[in-house]
Design a protein. Structure first.
Ligand code: DOR
Ligand code: ZN
Length: 427
């Protein structure tokens, strides 16, 4: 055993005073007492699996003024995330083998943490899906138009699903129906207008098309960033191969709460009513929603600070997702088990990677947390290139140390890790 870690560790769904043994970056043993070549003992701390964020936009290549793979992955690491999955709406878009292999190469050089990449599916590359399958970690389909999006006409959904089927790779869906969005589009001056422009029925309509198209096809479908109660209603009786996720911003914000600088909360799907927010919030507690995902979609302050109607949609969040929810747990609003299932275990299962749980055979990815150390989020202390966060001043608990594959990446909230440490996963 190269290393052993001793402390109050979350194993088998509960905290135990025990040790984990690590060999070649993997957990090789879990026992009451273990002593490896190197021994870490963390007193009065909690040791938890690191988080997995299956939905980030690191903007690399092509939009590096907003973020790049090194700043994005560094921010993720400081937030206790050991692995991210990056979306295809970069420039060029990752809709062909060349763009995908170029992005893998650049991310391998720049990433502080492990990563996977999605291939985007558009009307023109449906026939190339079997080739793309060999290189991507999963697929992304946008049914409706959004910032920098690539789009698929829903008439092709069933064909796309059939072409993707029989792999363990999921297809992730941005579920807002384009025809419905076009019908409701109005000139927008604030968040309430944005919500009217992109009503919940557009989400419902898109989810309905997805359920129909997936019927009888052997594949994993994930509905991203669920935002409406009627969308969730449709998913209540879904088959087991359909999962859904929710973002922190849809769980924490609503349009009735009049925020200042509303354009900074402009996002797709939109922030909805407190009723929707409440239902989503209960559903992460009762397990109706499978996972949480940040949909980290940074834009610069200058890009956001324009007329509401022409501002890009998107909110940064990869660094704050785990710390915000750790605080919710401390505050008694969410049990540990639900958080660690929905941000660690289940995302790993969806992407089919050996992470997300502290058990023998998994990667030794874990964070060390001092549960007494609550702080207020300050944008200037975050690591995003865009330098802002909608969660400014929100209470949060950031990890003190972060380990990935047994390597100490962050020690006492300082980065020890190096660019290029991150590995490509999920193929
Ligand atoms: O608000 C959004 N921003 N929604 C998306 O689907 C795309 C994202 C972006 O890339 O900026
Ligand atoms: Zn997204």
């Amino acid at each position: 055993m190269d290393q052993t870690v001793e402390g109050k560790i979350y194993v088998n769904g509960d905290f135990q005073e025990c040790c984990i043994g690590i060999t070649d970056g993997k957990i090789s043993n879990i026992k009451k007492i273990l002593k490896g070549d190197k021994h870490y003992k963390f007193d009065h701390k909690l040791i938890l699996p690191a988080g997995i964020d299956i939905h980030v936009h690191f903007r690399d290549p092509g939009m590096k003024n907003k973020e790049d793979f090194s700043t994005g992955s560094m921010a993720a690491a400081f937030g206790g995330i050991s692995c991210v999955f990056d979306m295809p709406n970069t420039n060029p878009q990752t809709t062909n083998l060349q763009a995908l292999s170029d992005k893998i190469a650049l991310a391998k050089k720049k990433s502080f943490i492990d990563f996977g990449l999605y291939a985007g599916v558009i009307d023109d590359n449906i026939k190339q899906i079997s080739n793309l399958k060999k290189l991507c970690s999963g697929f992304k389909v946008y049914i409706g138009g959004t910032t920098n999006s690539l789009q698929l006409d829903p008439i092709y959904l069933n064909q796309v699903f059939k072409n993707i089927s029989s792999t363990n790779k999921p297809v992730l869906i941005h579920a807002e129906d384009d025809a419905c969005l076009n019908k409701h589009k109005i000139i927008e001056n604030n968040l309430a207008d944005h919500f009217s422009s992109r009503p919940s029925i557009c989400e419902e309509k898109a989810i309905r098309s997805v359920i129909e198209a997936a019927n009888g096809v052997d594949l994993k479908v994930h509905i991203c960033h669920l935002s409406s109660s009627i969308g969730l209603e449709l998913l209540k009786n879904r088959t087991k191969n359909i999962t859904c996720g929710v973002t922190p911003h849809h769980l924490f914000f609503n349009i009735e709460n009049s925020m200042r600088n509303q354009v900074f909360y402009k996002v797709n799907p939109p922030i909805r009513t407190n009723f929707d927010r409440d239902i989503l919030s209960n559903s992460i507690k009762n397990g109706l929603i499978d996972i949480i995902e940040s949909d980290h979609a940074p834009h610069t302050v200058e890009e956001k600070n324009v007329e509401f109607d022409s501002a890009p949609s998107g909110i940064p969040g990869v660094e704050t997702i785990f710390p915000l929810f750790l605080y919710l747990v401390k505050d008694g609003k969410l049990p540990f088990s639900r958080l660690l299932y929905s941000l660690c275990e289940k995302p790993a299962e969806i992407l089919n990677i050996p992470k997300g749980k502290l058990e023998v055979g998994k990667d030794a990815d874990f964070i060390v947390v001092d549960f007494k150390k609550v702080c207020k989020i300050k944008s200037e202390r975050l690591h995003y290139k865009c330098e802002w966060s909608p969660f400014e001043k929100w209470p949060a608990i950031f990890p003190i140390h972060v380990f990935i594959r047994g390597e100490k990446l962050i020690e006492d909230q300082e980065m020890l890790g190096k660019k290029g440490f991150g590995r490509f996963v999920g193929v």
